[in-house]
Design a protein. Structure first.
Length: 246
């Protein structure tokens, strides 16, 4: 941790928390056991992010595609979300953490929707870590929602289609209040994006680790940030141009 350059921290880190099922199977347990242990990793990473002063952390907890998993796993995950959110909110609130949820929340069971609404409301004034949970989320769904909302504004006559630029588009996304992630971490060895923040990750540094999510903790999180700090972000320019400006 002492090797971290606190002046060059990413403002926003996004994580695809993958590998709960494989981790559990490797222990001879069922997949839900892995999801339960995954929550412990979430707690560790949230603590580490708060400690070092990360401003935004987005966690991919459940994708739209995950609805197609066996019903017992989906039901187990839903009750885990409700339990975890209800249990963790007092602590999160105490630590000045604000919760946000993105995704097609209409698909969630009532009980889960109520838990999310209450957690959002309780923490709404908090100014510390902005913790964004992507739940029932798919980036293509989000982009299509944005297109619909811009289309509706055009139809109402409040938006000229010729004027639509990146700013308008960003404002129509569910992440409009957050800067783009500079660093995206995916655990458990898969090298893909799985329908996560396709628009927002345009210039993110991607970091992949073999570590399964339940085995991921503060040290692994710091290692990812150190790796990020060792990279040169060029945004299309040349290395010489970047070095001239620093
Ligand atoms: C990530 O772990 C958690 C969710 C997608 C809900 P997985 O459940 O995908 O675990 P693996 O990839 O099957 O090991
Ligand atoms: C991505 O993991 C979604 C979450 C971590 C919530 P998956 O395990 O569902 O992704 P694929 O199926 O391997 O692409
Ligand atoms: Mg997986």
């Amino acid at each position: 941790m002492e090797n971290l350059d606190l002046q060059r921290l990413p403002k926003h880190i996004a994580i695809i928390m993958d590998g709960n099922g494989r981790w559990a199977e490797e222990q001879g347990q069922d997949r839900l056991y892995g999801h339960y242990h995954g929550v412990i990793s979430v707690r560790k990473v949230v603590e580490a992010a708060t400690e070092i002063g990360i401003q935004y952390l987005t966690l991919y907890a459940f994708s739209t595609e995950n609805w197609d998993r066996p019903q017992a796993e989906v039901l187990g995950l839903m009750s885990l979300f409700v339990d975890t959110i209800s249990k963790e909110v007092p602590d999160l609130h105490q630590n000045n953490i604000r919760l946000h949820f993105i995704g097609n929340l209409d698909l969630l069971p009532d009980e889960a929707r109520q838990a999310l609404a209450s957690a959002t409301h309780t923490t709404a004034q908090n100014t510390g870590l902005q913790l964004v949970i992507a739940l029932s989320y798919s980036s293509r769904w989000e982009i299509i929602q944005a297109a619909k909302s811009l289309g509706a504004q055009v139809k109402q006559g409040t938006l000229d289609p010729a004027q639509i630029d990146e700013t308008h588009f960003v404002q129509a996304l569910s992440t409009k209040d957050f800067p783009d992630p500079e660093l995206m971490i995916r655990t458990s060895g898969e090298h893909r994006i799985s329908n996560f923040l396709l628009f927002q990750l345009a210039y993110a540094e991607l970091y992949f680790t073999e570590t399964r999510w339940p085995a991921f903790g503060k040290e692994a999180f710091i290692a990812a940030i150190l790796d990020y700090q060792s990279r040169e972000r060029r945004f299309g320019k040349t290395s010489a141009q970047i070095n001239l400006n620093t």
